[in-house]
Design a protein around this ligand. Structure first.
Ligand code: PGA
Length: 228
């Protein structure tokens, strides 16, 4: 399991190529001073290879926001784990926006996780309730290194972050169901002002809106590093 606290920036469908490059230019070097965290950004697919080329000597890691459930082949518009693996260390799977807007099912999500693990990409599996954790049961033996992001639906993009006591309770249930070694992240309206409340009870955070601005992303890293 990664020992450092994970700070994952999920850019969703935001940033032009030039905005993406400016972000990386502003963050890649200063982020190295925060030794207790593992900073990760998840840009849109088309920018991954370009950003990878800019990150050669940086501690900043790269993740994709999704992956195909299929291996390479006749699947128009999809991106395979094999294509992502040379550029990324992580991949977000089962984000609630994909479960809801793209009707992703638990079986598809489990297939995506399998594809990622086959090429040694670390899945960051998003769940918003315990039944989504239970749906992972058939594939739990496939790895010892689970990273699960607990993102209550009401907290995503709403400015209403979840009560830390509720998050603490969920961390306990995830550790019980998936294993004590599981890295549990919290996501949902995390900001530099509230992140330390979560990274002291979880092993990291998955951040959307507040991860987009380079100074805000660095603040998320600084506040977490300080609180460890
Ligand atoms: P938010 O998004 O930080 O903007 O609430 C979190 C997420 O959807 O991963």
């Amino acid at each position: 399991m990664p020992h450092k606290t994970l700070i994952v920036g999920n850019w969703k469908m935001n940033k032009s190529l030039s905005q993406a490059v400016s972000f990386i230019t502003a963050v890649a070097e200063p982020v190295a001073q925060y030794k207790k965290i593992e900073p990760i950004v998840c840009p849109p697919y088309p920018w991954l290879a370009v950003i990878d080329g800019l990150l050669r000597d940086s501690s900043l890691q790269l993740g994709a926001q999704d992956v195909s459930a299929f291996k390479n082949g006749a699947y128009t518009g999809q991106v395979s784990a094999e294509m992502l693996a040379p550029h990324c260390q992580y991949v977000i799977i089962g984000h609630s926006e994909r479960r809801r807007l793209c009707q992703e099912t638990p079986d598809q999500i489990n297939d995506k996780i399998k594809r990622a693990l086959e090429v040694k990409l670390q899945p960051i599996v998003c769940i918003s309730n315990l039944s989504e954790v239970e749906a992972l049961a058939p594939i739990l033996p496939l790895t010892k290194h689970w990273v699960i992001a607990y993102e209550p639906l009401a907290a995503i993009g709403s400015g209403q972050a979840t009560d830390p006591a509720q998050v603490k309770d969920m961390v306990h249930h995830i550790h019980r169901l998936v294993g004590k070694n599981t890295t549990v992240l919290y996501g949902g309206s995390v900001t530099p002002d509230n992140i330390a409340q979560y990274t002291t009870i979880c092993q990291g955070a998955l951040v959307g809106g507040a991860s987009l601005d380079p100074q805000s992303f660095l603040q998320l890293c600084a506040q977490t590093d300080k609180a460890q």
